[in-house]
Design a protein around this ligand. Structure first.
Ligand code: GRF
Length: 191
């Protein structure tokens, strides 16, 4: 691994976690730099933000073609950028077993629940419906099963009386922005 690990962020949307990773990467002593922000959605707001920051971006649409071809294109962009570690941040597409195997142990994801609880979508609504008084977020290593790899960092956030999925999501998101840079740094210092 380079002295400052070369990290790519994959996203499909607004990219607030990516922005938190970029901000932390610019602090003195940071263990990583974000060398590429890539997306399956050319119109993702996170891509435009990254480009505006002078960060290299890449978009490939999976529409109307085999998944392998689409993933090969992403893989080639990652390799051309010398990427060592991939951070998924709101990347809404399941990676194939072949892609995960090619990057085994080098893909992280952030998920807005205290895994193993609430894999998949609608985590906040499910936590509220279950009557949980604590919610949170997890950073985990990616395996081919959805939201299933080993957890490497978690943050707990209280569920407040009267919370809706939106108010809880907003509270958890603030905690995600603190968790992800720390979990990524911890991971890099151990690998
Ligand atoms: C975050 O809640 C993240 O945990 C989940 O998708 C959301 C992405 O938000 N995987 P953003 O694009 O980082 O703002």
């Amino acid at each position: 691994m380079a002295e400052r690990a070369r990290v790519a962020v994959l996203l499909s949307g607004r990219g607030s976690n990516m922005q938190a990773l970029v901000a932390a990467s610019r602090a003195a002593g940071a263990r990583y730099e974000i060398v590429l922000v890539a997306s399956d959605k050319p119109e993702a707001p996170g891509l435009a933000w990254a480009a505006g920051q002078g960060i290299a971006t890449f978009a490939a649409s999976p529409r109307g073609r085999p998944k392998a071809e689409f993933e090969d294109e992403i893989d080639a962009a990652l390799r051309a950028a010398g990427v060592e570690v991939i951070a998924l941040a709101g990347y809404m597409r399941l990676l194939s077993a072949a892609f995960v195997a090619a990057w085994a142990g080098r893909i992280l994801n952030i998920h807005p629940s205290l895994l193993p609880k609430y894999k998949g979508l609608d985590t906040h609504a499910r936590a509220i419906a279950a009557g949980d008084d604590v919610a949170g977020a997890s950073v985990h290593l990616v395996t081919e099963a959805l939201d299933d790899g080993p957890v490497i960092g978690q943050v707990r956030v209280p569920v407040m009386e009267g919370d809706t999925a939106d108010t809880l999501a907003a509270r958890v998101l603030v905690a995600e922005h603190q968790l992800y840079p720390l979990a990524l740094s911890d991971f890099l210092s151990r690998n």
